[in-house]
Write a protein that binds this ligand. Structure first.
Ligand code: MN3
Length: 196
């Protein structure tokens, strides 16, 4: 498959003040574009050509192909990251299907605290995740361009904790970014959609 940079599903300034237009311009136009370009170079003529994005993530991880894992993984992660945010997102009300699972996890507040903690404690670049594994919710974290598909889980929500995602708006305050992101930007409808 050929990777393609999607348009943002909202205007660059739609997520302010929690994520600025400047951050989105750099993050979407420069960083995501670079993953697309590098990913396409690495995929061309490789055994992964013609496979689905999800399968490429899993197989490249099993093959320990770091270039594909990181660039194609980041393409998958960012495709969803843009959709995991919306203007007027966040809040405490989960879609019904998800609320049931969250109750089994220990409730919304525990889920929120664990997710933020996963992002805060991811050493260096990476992602915090809410995943579905064996029918249950789990909170995890991954380094660099890895994602839960590579670890046998289904990603439902992911927050990018690479510095390029928050340094313009929050400088080094990663915890503040994660709290603002979770409370004000999360598009829970996309999370529900990921449940399939
Ligand atoms: Mn990023």
């Amino acid at each position: 498959m050929t990777l393609k940079l999607p348009d943002l599903p909202y205007a660059y300034d739609a997520l302010a003040p929690y994520m600025s237009a400047e951050t989105l311009q750099f993050h979407h136009d420069k960083h995501h574009q670079a993953y697309v370009d590098n990913g396409n170079k690495l995929l061309a003529g490789s055994k992964y050509e013609g496979k689905s994005l999800e399968d490429i993530c899993k197989e490249a991880f099993a093959d320990k192909n770091a270039g594909i894992v990181n660039n194609v993984g980041q393409h998958y992660n960012h495709l969803h990251f843009w959709q995991w945010m919306k203007k007027g997102g966040g809040g405490k009300k989960l879609p019904a299907k998800l609320e049931k699972l969250a109750d089994g996890y220990g409730g919304f507040d525990k889920l929120r605290a664990d997710f933020i903690n996963a992002g805060v404690t991811q050493f260096g670049s990476g992602w915090a995740w809410l995943v579905l594994k064996d029918g249950k919710l789990e909170v995890t974290k991954t380094p660099n361009g890895e994602n839960p598909l590579m670890h046998g889980a289904k990603p439902l929500l992911g927050c990018d904790v690479w510095e390029h995602s928050y340094y313009i708006d929050y400088r080094n305050a990663r915890p503040k970014y994660l709290e603002a992101w979770f409370d004000n930007l999360v598009n829970w409808e996309h999370v529900e959609k990921m449940m399939g």
